[in-house]
Design a protein around this ligand. Structure first.
Ligand code: NAG
Ligand code: NAG
Ligand code: NAG
Ligand code: NAG
Ligand code: NAG
Ligand code: NAG
Length: 404
């Protein structure tokens, strides 16, 4: 009797495990790093699954960049590259970890997605303080604390080299679209949140064209301000100076990377270039933080969300309306959190499945449905030892009950 019961339990469990071979990904934690954005970070930590490359070459200089890159991939099988730097705090490693977690989580729920086809690269834009505190080395490029995400030239080691942070992005596109190494590359995605979204939105406008532009995508999530395309602002302020100067506008003051270009093709040329690029806006519908509080940013709106909505309204009001290459995702219930933005239903889809889901009519898709991921999982959050299938559902119910 007892043996028969145990045997049926054994059969039952065997049955369940046979049904559900896939385990959800165990989110790895962000490592703790000493130092901080003000006094400088003291190290770039090793990350499981990544190679920390400390001497990534940049054309035009003998100085180098530190980058994290997915380790051990067969480059001939890679079809997609995601470039994801950190934001204003320069805790770049944590963005590589977050993107890796989302990739592996996605792979754990979809057996036709091979995670080895997607390379994640995090360029580490450092400030002088990071070199001094120990995260950087003397031969590595460094910028001012905020100038890297404006596209300006490095402060060192050799400022005379005139290397823009945009030049670094150019070199990453050139690297991933090199057919000798990556014969099957289909998509290069710049994924930026907050300061990195500012960086990529401006890059999308000024990037010098190459034959690879149709494969380059820019995800712009919750930037603190935009490079505005027209002279008018939604919240005019006549006592605020230089509202239309770079980095807020296009009247003047463009960084060295694009001064030559700008004098040749002018404002209209830059705008039409931007409108033709694959730009994907993502706005957290709870992102009511003020972000940049300079008066120039405030003329674009008073919060991240308001600026985003105003920018999209500005695009729709252009003579040709919303550009067909641009998409908008509203991420319900999420505030200024990069992990919740990138892990939303919409951005998981863009990052790992189909980056440019525009409708056939050429009008951009504005999505509004999203599983609310912001509630119980708090970003750095961890381990779900849940397998899919019926046992998984049972355990989810139990765990879900406990976490309420
Ligand atoms: C699973 O991944 C494949 C390969 O990337 C993709 O084509 C498919 O749409 C994905 N399915 C789901 C349900 O996400
Ligand atoms: C991906 O590559 C790793 C390391 O080479 C390997 O262990 C793993 O089996 C690969 N995964 C797939 C789905 O091919
Ligand atoms: C492409 O990569 C190969 C191998 O690394 C290299 O020899 C070649 O110079 C690269 N081509 C370009 C245009 O950078
Ligand atoms: C307008 O700009 C001035 C000058 O910077 C600033 O003092 C003021 O606060 C701004 N007003 C608003 C509503 O942002
Ligand atoms: C999403 O979850 C957060 C945190 O629990 C909550 O504040 C917010 O209202 C939710 N949003 C939606 C659309 O359910
Ligand atoms: C990321 O999204 C997936 C799918 O919605 C979810 O299962 C997972 O819990 C999320 N992770 C975090 C840390 O939000």
């Amino acid at each position: 009797m007892a043996i028969a019961t145990r045997f049926s339990l054994f059969l039952f469990l065997t049955f369940l495990f046979t049904l559900s071979p896939v385990s959800a990904w165990d989110w790895i934690q962000n490592p703790a790093v000493n130092g901080g954005q003000d006094d400088g970070w003291q190290s770039l930590p090793e990350l499981p699954g990544a190679q920390l490359i400390t001497d990534w070459p940049v054309p035009g200089t003998s100085s180098v960049m530190p980058v994290y890159q997915s380790a051990g991939l067969d480059t001939s099988r890679v079809t997609r590259a995601i470039i994801v730097p950190g934001a204003k705090a320069r805790d770049h490693w944590s963005y590589w970890v977050t993107m890796q977690n989302i990739k592996m989580d996605f792979a754990s729920t979809n057996s036709s997605f091979d995670p080895n086809t997607t390379s994640i690269l995090t360029p580490c834009f450092l400030a002088e303080q990071d070199i001094e505190a120990g995260a950087g080395k003397p031969d590595q490029l460094y910028w001012g604390k905020t100038s890297w995400f404006g596209g300006y030239y490095t402060k060192g080691p050799n400022a005379d080299d005139k290397i823009s942070s945009f030049d670094v992005l150019d070199s990453l596109v050139d690297y991933y679209t090199n057919e000798t190494m990556y014969p099957n590359m289909q998509t290069v995605i710049f994924a930026g949140h907050s300061a990195a979204a500012q960086f990529f939105q401006r890059y999308a406008a000024v990037r010098q064209p190459t034959k690879n532009d149709d494969r380059v995508n820019y995800i712009i999530a919750n930037p603190g301000s935009y490079l505005w395309l027209v002279q008018d602002r939604p919240a005019q302020n006549s006592s605020c100076p230089d509202v239309d100067e770079y980095k807020y506008g296009l009247n003047n003051g463009l960084p060295g990377y694009s001064t030559g270009d700008y004098s040749r093709i002018g404002r209209d040329g830059i705008v039409s270039r931007y409108l033709g690029r694959n730009v994907h806006y993502a706005l957290g519908t709870n992102d009511n933080g003020p972000g940049d509080t300079q008066c120039q940013a405030l003329t674009q709106g008073s919060t991240h969300l308001e600026r985003g909505n105003n920018f999209i309204a500005m695009l729709k009001a252009l003579p040709d309306g919303m550009p067909s290459q641009h998409t908008v995702d509203m991420i319900e219930g999420v505030s200024h959190q990069n992990d919740q933005m990138f892990n939303s239903t919409q951005l998981r889809q863009r990052l790992f499945k189909d980056v440019s889901t525009t409708t056939s009519a050429g009008t951009p898709q504005t999505t509004q449905n999203n599983a609310n991921t912001s509630s119980k999982n708090n970003g750095a959050l961890s381990s779900k030892l849940i397998s899919s299938g019926s046992l998984g559902i049972a355990m989810t119910l139990v765990l879900g009950g406990l976490s309420l």
